[in-house]
Write a protein that binds this ligand. Structure first.
Ligand code: XMP
Ligand code: MG
Length: 183
């Protein structure tokens, strides 16, 4: 499919590139203040959080390290299976680390609640979550997320790292995927 057709596969643009960048700078300023004098370990959840991590990390002024975890709970569909599998574990030891999990989106919250429980058992000094997007109406478990970019409606979204069947991650905005694409 030609890239010029991509816009026909989207309905609304929910969050623009400019809104994302402004919000990430705002969150980064809060994070810098909250972690002043501390080394932060940013843990990006692959693959959706790649863009958030890249832009958030570059807006931070303090010392950070980055690590990555790959988990899967979705397969090729648009609904969480609730079954989380580790595809790639962290390289870092979390003992006594200040961990900030960087996520693209909190949907049902199932993935993060599983990750938080998993990380808590590894002896971190602190664990917080930064998520660019959150769908309050889709929550199946409550997640204590300290840094949230945008609350969005309960629709399947793509772009800025978020995919449907590995496509659309390269879009600069976050948009609603047209139902005709997946139904
Ligand atoms: P849960 O439901 O466990 O979501 O909070 C976990 C992961 O699923 C992906 N996800 C989405 N991906 N559009 C996407 O492209 C969406 O609307 C969406 N909702 C969830 C995402 O990777 C999230 O971390
Ligand atoms: Mg994700």
């Amino acid at each position: 499919m030609e890239s010029s057709d991509i816009r026909d596969e989207l309905t609304d643009i929910l969050v623009t590139e400019k809104e994302i960048q402004d919000k990430l700078r705002e969150l980064a300023a809060r994070i810098d203040e909250d972690y002043a004098g501390k080394d932060v370990l940013l843990v990006g959840v692959l693959k959706g959080a790649v863009m958030v991590m890249a832009d958030l990390a570059r807006s931070l002024c303090g010392h950070v390290q980055m690590d990555w975890m790959a988990v899967s709970s979705y397969g090729a569909g648009t609904k969480s299976s609730g079954v989380v599998q580790i595809r790639k574990d962290l390289d870092s030891d979390l003992t006594n680390r200040h961990v900030l999990i960087v996520e693209d989106i909190i949907d049902s919250g199932l993935t993060l609640s599983w990750l938080l429980e998993n990380f808590e058992s590894r002896g971190a000094a602190s664990i917080e979550v930064c998520a660019l997007l959150r769908k309050p109406d889709a929550a199946k478990v409550q997640i204590d997320c300290k840094y949230v970019g945008f609350d969005i409606p309960n629709e399947f979204v793509v772009g800025y790292g978020l995919d449907f069947a590995e496509r659309y991650r390269n879009l600069r905005d976050v948009a609603v995927l047209a139902p005709h694409v997946y139904s």
